[in-house]
Design a protein around this ligand. Structure first.
Ligand SMILES: [Zn+2]
Length: 408
């Protein structure tokens, strides 16, 4: 039987295939010129130029430093939906020997945000060629500084929101993806509800009283108090949080003292907390204060606890939005390739958008053992199987169209 009208998914698929080479070339371009958080000058220029060349209806730059927000209005009336792609790279040396390896020494797209932008731009291009069937408006949000703004600077999703990224018009829902180095290329992982942890960086200063190491009773040993504090802080995880509840408290750095015969009066520590619920997150912060207060009081020392780094809420996928999005994803990638996974302890500032509107953030597998692409995120070896990019575009494009059609 001849079929005279192609389905929407067939049309998307065909249009995506036509963009394959451009998509890979665009990812390689971003890969060659990575820029750090809040320094995405070239990256933002490339993104804005491409979006303008596509004839999008509005392309706003400098939203939250180097953020870009663009609107694509469909030919038919309908709701507004958003797609988000992050833009920044990391201060990591690349071990790649590929011709398109980083030309910016010591900076590497070691988290795959280059792929996110390439998929975002290809999706915008694909949908710009289909305005005739779009019932509503698509907002593309290209977001800088996902990895955290440099100390003392604002940035990321929170700053874009503050500067109006979710207003005029406000999207009814937001979607986004992250490439994932432990899932095979051609698969997608997702969690409904909590999907990624909250992240709170903290610093602790323990203050005692410096003294000659031969006369400890004359001073207050900040190192010995710090040691007790570390042990006590670890009992928050082991003794005070429900064993079935995900939570991590790690101290990643400790510094104090400068020679063998001086007892130091000050120790500084830094660490991070990960949780999967806002109530646990708040609870842990309070328990830390109480624990430090008790430990330092016992040793006649004092403390300061600051949550001053890049602190992200829990990434919570809206259950209804996730459920209604899955059938389409299964049709595009095949039932067996859309896999329900456990939440991960990494964090994402996509969570800030989800605090305001329902969102669904999923993981696109990019591992390919045959090609030796197995490097973990944030390492010199991190790379992606570029064959995963095209399914990413098909999924994203269908996801946005599907949402608009369901909610028109
Ligand atoms: Zn990332």
């Amino acid at each position: 039987m001849a079929c005279f009208s192609q389905t929407r998914e067939e049309r998307v698929s065909k249009a995506a295939e036509a963009l394959r080479d451009k998509l890979i070339a665009q990812r390689r371009d971003f890969h060659m010129y990575p820029e750090l958080s809040n320094r995405e000058v070239r990256t933002a220029r490339v993104v804005a130029e491409k979006l303008r060349a596509l004839g999008l209806d509005e392309v706003k730059t400098v939203v939250g430093k180097h953020g870009v927000v663009a609107l694509l209005k469909g030919a038919k009336p309908g709701p507004v939906v958003a797609w988000r792609a992050d833009m920044d790279a990391l201060p990591v040396f690349s071990s790649s020997d590929k011709p398109h390896k980083s030309k910016n020494g010591g900076v590497h797209h070691a988290c795959g945000h280059d792929a996110h932008m390439a998929i975002g731009l290809a999706t915008a291009e694909l949908l710009a060629g289909m305005r005739d069937i779009i019932p509503g408006t698509i907002k593309f949000i290209f977001q800088p500084a996902e990895e955290g703004a440099p100390r003392g600077e604002d940035g990321g999703a929170a700053l874009m929101i503050k500067e109006g990224a979710l207003e005029n018009p406000r999207p009814a829902a937001i979607f986004g993806l992250h490439v994932f180095s432990t899932y095979p290329s051609g698969t997608v992982g997702y969690s409904s509800g909590p999907a990624m942890a909250s992240s709170d960086s903290f610093s602790i200063t323990i203050r005692g009283k410096q003294v000659h190491a031969a006369m400890p009773h004359m001073g207050i040993d900040a190192i010995s108090v710090a040691a007790q504090c570390i042990s006590a802080l670890q009992t928050i995880r082991s003794r005070r949080i429900d064993p079935m509840e995900g939570m991590v408290l790690s101290i990643g750095s400790i510094h104090g003292g400068n020679r063998s015969n001086i007892i130091t009066g000050e120790v500084k520590m830094e660490g991070t907390i990960r949780t999967f619920s806002e109530s646990t997150r708040e609870g842990v912060r309070t328990m830390m204060k109480h624990t430090l207060a008790g430990c330092t009081a016992a040793g006649d020392a004092s403390f300061a606890l600051d949550f001053d780094g890049a602190n992200y809420p829990v990434t919570v996928n809206d259950a209804a939005l996730t459920a209604e999005s899955l059938p389409q994803m299964r049709r595009v990638l095949g039932e067996a390739n859309i896999i329900a996974t456990k939440p991960v302890t990494g964090a994402e500032d996509f969570s800030y958008f989800q605090k305001i509107i329902p969102g669904f953030f999923w993981f696109l597998g990019v591992k390919n053992e045959k090609l030796g692409i197995t490097g973990a995120h944030h390492t010199p070896e991190f790379d992606i199987d570029e064959a995963a990019l095209l399914p990413g575009v098909k999924l994203a494009s269908n996801q946005l169209l599907d949402y608009l059609e369901r909610h028109r």
